[in-house]
Structures are given as C-alpha cells and as structure tokens.
Write a protein that binds this ligand. Sequence first.
Ligand code: GTP
Ligand code: MG
Length: 203
Amino acid sequence: MQIKQAVFVVSNTDWQKCPPPDRPEYAFIGRSNVGKSSLINSLVKKKNLAKTSQTPGKTQLINHFGIDDTWYLVDLPGYGYAKISKSEKEKFEPMIFGYLENRPNLVCTFVLVDVRHDPMSIDLEFMSQLAEAQIPFYIVFTKADKLTKNQLTAKVTRYREGFLQFFSEMPKYFVTSSVDGLGRDEITQAIGELNAEFKSVRR
Ligand code: GTP
Ligand code: MG
C-alpha cells in the first residue's frame, strides 16, 4: 500500500472529542522520546506533519492524522519519562488509557521501544495493560540506524527472550529507522492488510 495523502485533522485532550470512529485507526505509543512522531512522519514521508523534538514530552495531545481519506494515524503523548512531573503524569496516563480503551475503530496499537535497550519494566507493564484490556499491539523497534546489522540481530533476539519471560508469545514486530526509512514499507503493508480486514468485517 502506498500513502498518497496525509493531513492533520485535530488534537484533543479527551477521547470523547476525537473524530467520529467511522474508519480504522492505528495509534503509536511508547516512552517519551522513543520516536513516535518521527516514525509517523517517516511513514507518510513528510518532515513536519507530527511535531518532534530532542526534548522528551513534545507530544502532549491525542493527534489524529487523516490518511488518504480512509484511515487515521494517531500520535499520542509518551509515557514514563522520569523528568515529567507527577501532575503531567497524572494528566497523560488517563488521557492515553481513556483513548485506548474507548475507540471502537482502534484496530491495532504500535508500541515503540528503542532497539538499543533491553526490555524495560515500564514498557512490559504497559503492554500487559494492553493485553488485559484486549487491545491488540505490535512491537516497533526504533532508531535502528544507531546500531550495526549484527548488533540489531543480537538486540532483537535478547528483547524477544526478555519479553517471553512475561508473555506467552512475541507479537509481530518491526525494526525501523526514521532516518533511513527502514521498516516503513513493512508497517504500511501490515496496516493495508488490517484495513482490508476492517472493511470485510464492516460489510
Ligand atoms: P514525545 O512526543 O516527547 O513522547 O517523543 P516521540 O516519541 O514522539 O519522539 P520524537 O519523534 O519527537 O523523537 C525524539 C528524538 O529522537 C528526536 O530528536 C528525533 O530526531 C530522534 N529520533 C526519532 N526517531 C529516530 C530514528 O529512527 N533514528 C535516530 N537516529 N533518531 C531518531
Ligand atoms: Mg511525539
């Protein structure tokens, strides 16, 4: 699947104000600074559609982007950055979970983790909450350009082993870089397949 058009639709603090759930959508989630907004820009091949920053905590709202008038990409605030104050944390977590638990058209969530790190308890806890709420998710390893090919293979193997100590199976995963576009086609293809299923269920 090729993305032809990507436009900003709306930003919200509250899931209840999000656009009508009349088309499939896919949310990008993960720790602050992991590269969610950059990956969205990479998928749609636009530099500044989603706002990015070197400083964690850039995305503070639920942002809907309309793709080809048929589906949405959703950029969410990050969780779990140590320097975010307690009041910020208390604001973001209900916003994120309110959104994740209440969007009937949320087909799948992409959970981003920095490929350089071993599994972090904050991510594993987040993914168990998703599993408990029966929200399907894929794992996206980000910033692959920062490692060599051999290092990447070793890191992904190690992540998988760590992950499988807590979960019975490893979900589908993608190794990506927003710098060189690695993994972009695989993600758009997976979304294309899910969009087709969404249509056939609705029919
Ligand atoms: P918040 O909105 O603050 O939660 O962060 P985010 O997850 O949206 O991260 P963002 O896309 O703003 O990127 C954070 C920083 O990581 C920026 O400095 C990006 O340039 C950098 N970055 C993101 N993706 C990649 C990548 O694939 N490779 C490299 N080298 N840097 C990346
Ligand atoms: Mg962001």
